[in-house]
Design a protein around this ligand. Structure first.
Ligand code: DGL
Length: 270
């Protein structure tokens, strides 16, 4: 039977190392509230930000290949800046469905800044990518772009979504890592170039101690997904999404309330 006959549309698959992709899923659900969702987290590989380019270029397409085989999604979103800036092309050549990536929001940040000083917070791997150099050259050549790696924010976001207190000192240190650089006192816009970081937006805003715009790519990605799936017929009601992980999450129960907010109640292992 065809999709038009059954009224069913294959799911959208979101991929990250942990909960970071929820920042992208949240924006997507505003546009496509009834899209069936598979949320995949490679906990066995977290943190990607500390891995080499070669390792990620091999790992990410292989894992996504297995996930696509199992869940047959219509579209994959790599809701992870680190994986996208390194492995997006590899994944696109390995899969025969549309693949949407997550790249640092340098262009919108460049349009938003008044002072001309922009901060970029990402993982260690993301901030050193030639992909980021190219975006900076294309869209922010006349701006000052300060980069800082804040891998500890990944764990702070994971803690927050488990219902624990995030490490406020780590969050303050991440902001100081940008603001204490030469020119940092004029910073007025910060790009959250790791999908975990928008989950800490309020804490980061407090740590900034002055008004700063925090910007990420989630809304743009959501619009892209909605555009690519514009001809689909979605279920009439929100179906229960599936959370699939590699490795062992010891305290899976503590993540349940956070995932329930996104309509995800089923947990599986890859
Ligand atoms: N959420 C991921 C990103 O956007 C990476 C976190 C990690 O280092 O695993 O880069």
């Amino acid at each position: 039977m065809t999709e038009a006959q059954t009224g069913e549309s294959p799911p959208l698959l979101f991929f990250d190392t942990g909960v970071g992709g929820l920042s992208v899923l949240g924006e997507t659900m505003k546009l496509l509230p009834n899209a069936p969702i598979i949320y995949a987290a490679d906990y066995a590989g977290l943190p990607y930000g500390m891995k080499s380019e070669a390792e990620l270029a091999a790992r990410v397409p292989a894992l996504l290949g297995r996930l696509v085989e199992r869940y047959r999604p219509q579209l994959v979103t790599i809701a992870c800046n680190t994986a996208s800036t390194i492995a997006l092309d590899h994944v696109r050549s390995a899969l025969d469905i549309p693949v949407v990536g997550t790249v640092p929001a340098i262009k919108p940040a460049s349009e938003l800044t008044s002072s001309g000083v922009i901060g970029l917070l990402g993982t260690k791997a993301t901030i050193r990518q030639p992909y980021v150099d190219r975006l900076a050259a294309d869209f922010a050549a006349d701006k000052k772009l300060l980069r800082h790696a804040a891998p500890e924010l990944v764990y702070a976001a994971e803690a927050k979504l488990r219902g624990d207190q995030p490490d406020i000192r780590a969050i303050a240190a991440a902001m100081s890592g940008l603001m204490d650089q030469p020119g940092g006192e004029e910073l007025d816009t910060v790009i959250l170039a790791c999908t975990h970081f928008p989950l800490l937006r309020e804490e980061l805003a407090i740590a900034a101690r002055k008004p700063v715009h925090f910007i990420d790519g989630a809304q743009g990605i959501a619009r892209r997904i909605a555009y690519l799936t514009r001809d689909r017929i979605w279920p009439k009601h929100n179906e229960h999404g599936i959370f699939v992980t590699t490795g062992d999450i010891i305290d899976v129960a503590s993540y349940r309330p956070a995932f329930a907010k996104y309509g995800i109640s089923r947990f599986e292992k890859l």
